[in-house]
Design a protein around this ligand. Sequence first.
Ligand code: ADP
Ligand code: SF4
Length: 687
Amino acid sequence: MRNPSYDILFEPAKIGPLTAKNRFYQVPHCNGGGYRDPSAVAEMRGIKAEGGWGVIFTEQTEMHHTSEITPFIEQRLWDDADIPALRRMSDAMKSQGALAGIQLAYSGINGPNLYTKEVPLAPSALPIRTFTNDPVQARAMDKTDIRDLRRWFVNAAKRSKIAGFDLICLYGAHGFGIFQHFLSRATNQRTDEYGGSLENRARFVNEVIADMRDAVGDTMGITLRVSLDETIGQLGFSNAEVREFIEMNADLPDLWDLAQGTWEDCSGPSRFKEEAAQEVLVNGIRELTSKPVVGVGRFTSPDVMARLVKQGVLDFIGCARPSIADPFLPKKIEEGRIEDIRECIGCNICITGDMTMSISRCTQNPTFMEEWRKGWHPEKMNTKGDSSNVLIVGGGPAGLEAARALSLRGYDVALAEAGTELGGRVARERLLPGLSAWGRVADYRTYQLSQRPNAETYFDSRLTAQDILEFGFENVCIATGAHWRADGVSRQHVVPMPADPAMPVFTPDDIMAGRLPNGEVVLFDDDHYYMGGVIAELLAKAGCTVTFVTPSAYVSDWTLNTLEQAAIHRRLVEAGIKIVLNTGIAELKAGEVVTECTYTGQTSAIGCEAVVMVASRISDDALYHELKAREADWADAGIKSVKLIGDAAAPGPIAWATYAGHRYARELDMPDIGDALPFRREVTQLA
Ligand code: ADP
Ligand code: SF4
């Protein structure tokens, strides 16, 4: 049963004219599906309702066609045609008594309007501020534009009501919403009554909220999401000014929704931000207002949540990523099942779905955004099929997730691991600088397996094909992982790079096993995700002089999608690492590497004692192929199926491995669908 110290999290609380059933508040979050995948998003939000959230929000919703952020895929409420899709979402949100919220965004200086081709409107005429530095500028709004925009907000509020929402969040945080653009002196350089003093800069938000109250305020709650500290230099909306603004406008919205400055700061990965990292910026704000306050901080610990509410720092616990990793977080706290919480690891893979306009994944919750597409529920598995047992070889993320999910389905599961601990790559990577929270991938699954009577784990069991044939399991799942290659093959070199054996070469596996180079080291990163940056950091801490060479224009290029690229670059510079961009390696010689400009091919040399190669990985699939070669013996051994999954099939991020494990578990014994599409989707209806 529930620990009484968490009771406070289950007390109802008012937001304007409405009451939330508890303090669990799913703040707006993107998912890469948006308007393109309306049923998938609706079902995902519906699962959160089932998981016990008191308030559930949409992602940002473009409230007028004159401001949109193509290529990013969020929601749209441009006219009545968008109402049915949003209605489906609000119905799902409200299915278990939660309040349904819609976040209305007018992107102003942040909306390049690449799709609608409208001229962007902003408080002041400045270049559009996007991730991609689009060559577009905004026109400064005149008084007519401001009147129009106020009317458009009222229209959007009325449509939100028709679409079934209870709450409206006005977006003015992360640099993304027009309210922030008016409030900040960096983006508002007006000299009329909307610019200059804080009172003037706050005029627009006051007008919009007053208009909205007249239109829908009797039945809907209006919340305002502002940045706690804009962190864009002296002109930015600082934490001190935010406090002044809230003090001057204490009762303006029905709830203050406080988010950190930039999105990168607010959704900082665990490598750079602890749980509750924003507490100092939030502390004391609640005393400035009679309205409730929600704040975020990748909260996964109910003790931290209860403390923040008890101490009067927050009224509501805002969660985006923790609600993705475990949509049943509130329910598990309510039922006293703390150890069943699937804690977010703070890897930001979910955000990459939005940044790549694909559809989001979650490392911890492979069912995220598959609730409708594949009918996957985060807590319930499909019923067991005809066979009864499975041997899983390899206890990394893929094997662990397959074992967990299959045991829930009712199969007898044997998990054989060559080593002495579970976790595979995660067991090693969790020891790297800043990555300890990633260990939760293994910890959650190891504990869940320990609770299953039908799952056995065997350590020190490096299996051969002969072993497997002798065991006679009906199904065999090979999840034997991958290792880093030392020959430089990746993107620049598709065959091994020329190398003098006199130059010592180390891989990330060597470093993780404690085999470190000394002295001057060149780290070559042609992988472009986190590993190169993390290893460079580790080597610098160990006393090496590190030169980081990459063919990309950015350090850890792909981490632009996990919102940590700038933080990684900063950390490497602070660690004294020399960064050489746009540069490949032509050849390894004794005592030096010959580098090569990516654009011109011009060569030069860097003297060093060792090279660390962060290139690509090779699947450890030999066992699978051995077994495959003996397919004729399977029937006698009682084997019905053998499948290769995870990094052993094709190396990828950890989220790809947990997904592969989960998919294997879902699909075992299922009828063959042949050439059919393995998921549902919505196709645009022709006009
Ligand atoms: P993935 O990310 O696909 O789960 P990992 O590399 O993290 O892959 O994990 C693979 C795991 O498989 C490692 O823990 C490794 O020790 C184990 N393993 C590899 N080969 C064998 C084998 N022949 N028998 C048992 N375990 C194995
Ligand atoms: Fe957390 Fe990573 Fe899942 Fe995002 S993808 S919710 S950061 S575990």
